[in-house]
Design a protein around this ligand. Structure first.
Ligand SMILES: NC(=O)c1ccc[n+]([C@@H]2O[C@H](COP(=O)([O-])OP(=O)(O)OC[C@H]3O[C@@H](n4cnc5c(N)ncnc54)[C@H](OP(=O)(O)O)[C@@H]3O)[C@@H](O)[C@H]2O)c1
Length: 276
């Protein structure tokens, strides 16, 4: 049984989900169905990934009741202007074949070129209308978080940012705790790059688990939400089988000590229109 965390407005989110970035649309329906069959009940997608329609098809084909699966999607960068954002949300909902979304995020702040506070007001409006159970942000830095909270009084339920043992993001995670924001860790495996680290391999050997399981367990014991991506059924299953062992304090500290402030993906300041 996957543990859940409670978000700002009372919705429960499974702490492990399935990531869908860079899953080719031709493979996406099969991959999401494989994840749902393996027991995942939380799918992380985005308009930018170009596979929402396939995610929607997999949800429909799974036969699972709507309230059994937690679905997140995100507003794509070109559509921050309020009317464009409202229309983009409706396109996502049509593709996903959903009436109500569990979590909708602003994908990137785009702070140099857009009024992300105005965009946040649109998400607040969607939440007030009941189309979205929880609203949040992604790749927001401290100033961006403070600006949307100050302007609207509505705290983002989550901030989805890159976190893994090479980029532990302690100051940002600490601010999230202070503000009551749940931390979601994207690229939790650093897109596979941490899996050959000698410390990860040593701890995996000690606990008799796969390197990916050790890294995911580290995230979970820190209290963050993760959604590793894989298109291999055995890895999809492996990444969910992380609730029957624990890392001790020394292993946790060793993994946290791998931090190099090194990104696998983009820095929020570098992602603007035409550059993502
Ligand atoms: N908000 C944002 O801006 C943002 C940005 C990036 C990602 N995300 C979200 O976060 C999710 C996860 O991040 P990510 O996809 O970038 O990277 P990730 O989950 O850290 O790593 C995925 C890579 O690791 C491999 N892998 C997965 N499980 C493995 C295992 N058990 N053993 C060995 N290799 C394994 C996968 O290969 P195979 O597929 O070949 O198995 C893939 O190459 C995304 O899918 C997306 O939903 C959000």
């Amino acid at each position: 049984m996957v543990p859940t965390l409670t978000l700002a407005h009372g919705t429960r989110i499974p702490q492990v989900g399935f990531g869908t970035y860079k899953i080719d649309p031709a493979d996406a329906e099969g991959a999401v169905l494989a994840a749902l069959e393996a027991g995942y009940r939380h799918i992380d997608t985005a308009a930018m990934y170009g596979n929402e329609a396939e995610v929607g098809a997999a949800l429909a084909a799974s036969g699972l009741a709507r309230d059994e699966v937690f679905v997140t999607s995100k507003l794509d960068n070109p559509y921050h202007e309020p009317d464009a954002a409202r229309a983009a949300f409706e396109r996502s909902m049509a593709d996903l074949r959903l009436d109500v979304l569990d979590l909708y995020l602003i994908h990137w702040p785009m702070a140099a070129t857009t009024d992300y506070v105005a965009t946040w007001r649109v998400l607040v409006e969607l939440w007030e209308s009941g189309r979205v159970r929880e609203i949040g942000v992604s790749n927001f830095q401290p100033d961006h978080l403070r600006a949307v909270i100050e302007a609207t009084g509505v705290v983002p339920a989550v901030n989805q940012v890159e976190i893994n043992p090479y980029l532990t993001q302690e100051p940002l995670r600490s601010l999230h705790r202070e503000l009551g924001i749940v931390t979601q860790a994207w690229s939790p495996l650093a897109r596979g790059r941490v899996l050959n680290d000698p410390a990860v391999l040593r701890i995996a050997e000690e606990v008799g688990r796969a390197p990916a399981q050790v890294v995911l367990r580290w995230h979970l014991q820190r209290g963050d939400v993760v959604f590793p991506k894989s298109t291999h059924p055995e890895r999809i299953a492996e990444n969910l089988a992380v609730f029957d062992f624990e890392l001790d304090a020394a292993a946790m500290a060793d993994l946290t000590g791998l931090n190099r402030d090194e990104r696998s993906g983009s820095h929020p300041d570098s992602v603007e229109l035409g550059n993502r």
